[in-house]
Design a protein around this ligand. Structure first.
Ligand code: UDP
Ligand code: MG
Length: 315
């Protein structure tokens, strides 16, 4: 049985990567876990790639992959997971907000208790910005309602067995959402809880725009409820229309047709905005279909260095 653990770490413009990487290797070595580390440089514009190649040259267990540009964390994870050769793999952030000390427990649950997916679940964060927490909670509630996928406090920090990994890789969508997809596949699963550490170095790479995009992507990937919503709005307004229609006719025959100007304006505004919103929703789904139909690769590898040896650019 292949009992090697592949640890995949996406990296984008990070500083002092070696500190975190050595910490991970220390924990795994202490626990006696056979491992490989896959560091994916997601098109960083600082010296991240140099830091990563230095590490790959120093340690045989490290594979370094550079993407041809910044594809985003999801694609970087795909690149890393595709390169993973272990019997199981763990994804984690390079800023050590996912404490590596939890990995041996995840590995034990996989190896000794036969779980195929071990999810890292965040303990409630106390220091989080309340606005952010409110937005995140609303988002998870919406997602749970619309798609039955509960991602509250879920993270990308999770262990996948080889079988689960293959199932995930066989999903053809180009636009991936790792957290959601690796929940959707099922398998025997369990959870471990961890405290989110403060970021060790550098700053968070997520902008508000990026988070909104992620939220829209997640909802439209797992739910078609927004599309049905258009029909519901439509029906609601149909009832409204009927009432107004009868009232207008009545006014006309009663000879009071001049009034009702306000109603017309209000109706125009409401109907106009509802139609615009619904066209927008349909547009989002069409964009997704269009992007999937193009069938572009999830990422492009510029360079790959395996345990000190330089491979030709591939894929
Ligand atoms: N990351 C990436 N590509 C991106 C943005 C982020 O590979 O376009 C990596 C980043 O280097 C880090 C992880 O994804 O290892 C999580 O990023 P970050 O800490 O900025 O996100 P947060 O912890 O705030 O969710
Ligand atoms: Mg972080």
């Amino acid at each position: 049985m292949n009992d090697m653990l592949s640890v995949v770490i996406p990296i984008y413009n990070e500083e002092r990567i070696a500190v975190g990487v050595r910490r991970v290797m220390g924990v795994l070595a202490d626990a006696g876990i056979p491992y490989e580390l896959i560091l994916v440089d997601d098109g960083s514009v600082n010296d991240s790639w140099n830091q990563i190649t230095d590490l790959a040259n120093e340690y045989d267990a490290i594979t370094a992959i550079a993407l041809s540009r910044n594809f985003g964390k999801e694609s970087a994870l795909c690149a890393g997971l595709d390169a993973a050769e272990g019997g199981c793999c763990v994804c984690m952030d390079s800023d050590m907000q996912h404490p590596p000390e939890v990995i041996p427990e995840m590995y034990r649950l996989w190896k000794e208790e036969g779980y195929e997916v071990v999810e890292g679940v965040k303990n409630a964060r106390t220091k989080e910005n309340p606005v952010y927490r409110f937005c995140a909670n609303t988002f998870y509630k919406l997602l749970k309602k619309m798609s039955d996928i509960d991602l509250r406090n879920a993270s990308d920090f999770r262990l996948l067995d080889r079988k689960a990994l293959e199932a995930w890789r066989e999903m053809p969508e180009k636009n991936t959402f790792f957290r959601g997809m690796s929940t959707w596949i099922g398998f025997r699963r369990t959870q471990v809880f961890f405290d989110v550490a403060e970021r060790e170095t550098g700053t968070s790479k997520w902008s508000a725009k990026g988070l909104v995009e992620l939220a829209v992507n997640a909802i439209t990937s797992y739910s078609s409820v927004p599309l049905y919503m258009s029909t519901c709005f439509g029906l609601l307004f149909l009832i409204f229309f009927l009432v107004m229609f009868i009232q207008t006719l009545y006014m006309k025959f009663a000879g009071q047709a001049q009034s009702g100007f306000t109603t017309v304006i209000i109706l125009q505004l409401i109907i106009g905005s509802v139609i615009m919103i619904n066209i927008g929703i349909i547009g989002i789904y069409i964009k997704k279909i269009y992007e999937e139909a193009k069938g572009r690769p999830r990422y492009i590898i510029r360079r790959k260095i395996k345990g000190g040896r330089r491979d030709e650019p591939s894929e």
